[in-house]
Design a protein around this ligand. Structure first.
Ligand code: FE2
Ligand code: FE2
Length: 311
């Protein structure tokens, strides 16, 4: 079957979008971001005759600060993500309705994480503001991806964000931060389910093209936060802390979706689909090896540090 043109694809998937939007609106419970912020801890900064920020005011560890900041800056770039999904999904029908609903839900993530960090003096607010300006001025550009690629990418990305928020919350060992990030992660989970179901329908509708899109997005996957200043260094620190690393990416993000879609059980693929699936299998094998090597190296480094500590 030849690939569908973009408008036929949008039309063919529209009933699935309508169905999943309805389901989403039924299951997404209303929640109040301001309820998760410990406002009583807040005080003025220097301009209003308060106290300027200093690192000793933060109860977060250095790595906790890095992880919270990366999560927040990633959420901050929402205007660019909105533009990307609006370009792919359009403004009409259930697709457009989803774009706006999703954007409204995403908007609260940055608000409440920033509020938490400002009132608790968790991170340097000047540095945070400068990093936000830089991140948003770069923006985020997916490079005019087609609809199937966007749907595959956001499925992985929403799950990655859910895992990242959840693990960051646990890592802070602050019950307030953990509660807040767990709540944000629940939103990301519902977003993932929405996109996952669209991809599922696309696999039935146009299996070869969807298989190719999934393979491309797994092979090219990059977190949307990669435009954040110093992202590579920070991503290594986050991986070393076990908040988000290759093992987690392989086991908790990529595979759960591939399993849910039944990628390796799928029958009736044409030669293009089979080729894409074979490339995916080879990549996953390699990714698994890389993940194991990373974990081994991290354990060796930790053991060396521990041994030095004992001397
Ligand atoms: Fe979010
Ligand atoms: Fe999300």
């Amino acid at each position: 079957m030849p690939p569908l043109d973009p408008s036929s694809l949008l039309a063919a998937l529209e009933p699935t979008v309508t169905e999943n939007l309805t389901r989403h609106l039924e299951v997404a419970k209303e929640w109040m971001p301001h309820e998760y912020v410990p406002w009583s801890e807040g005080r003025n900064f220097a301009l209003l005759d308060g106290e300027p920020w200093s690192v000793d005011q933060s109860s977060l560890s250095a790595l906790g600060r890095v992880a919270m900041e990366v999560n927040l800056l990633t959420e901050d770039n929402l205007p660019s993500y909105h533009r990307e999904v609006e370009r792919a999904f359009g403004r009409d029908s259930a697709w457009g309705e989803w774009v706006h609903r999703w954007t409204a839900e995403e908007g609260r993530h940055a608000f409440c994480i920033r509020d938490y960090l400002l009132v608790t003096r968790g991170v340097d607010p000047d540095e945070l503001e400068r990093a936000r300006m830089q991140t948003m001025q770069i923006g985020y550009d997916s490079g005019d991806k087609g609809l199937l690629n966007v749907c595959a990418y956001v499925s992985f990305q929403e799950l990655a964000t859910r895992v990242s928020h959840r693990n960051t919350g646990r890592y802070t060992e602050d019950p307030v931060a953990e509660k807040l990030l767990a709540r944000v992660a629940m939103d990301e989970n519902l977003h993932m389910i929405f996109y996952r179901n669209i991809v599922q329908a696309a696999l039935e509708l146009t299996p070869d093209a969807t298989m190719r899109a999934i393979t491309e997005e797994v092979l090219d996957f990059q977190m949307p936060g990669s435009v954040i200043p110093g992202f590579n260094r920070k991503a290594v620190q986050i991986a070393m802390a076990g908040i988000y690393d290759l093992r987690i990416h392989h086991d908790d993000v990529v595979w759960p979706l591939l399993r849910q879609w039944g990628i390796f059980e799928l029958e009736g693929l044409g030669p293009d689909g089979e080729k894409a699936r074979a490339e995916l299998a080879e990549f996953l094998n390699d990714l698994d090896g890389q993940a194991s090597r990373f974990v081994e190296q991290r354990e060796e480094i930790a053991a060396r540090r521990a041994a030095r500590g004992r001397v």
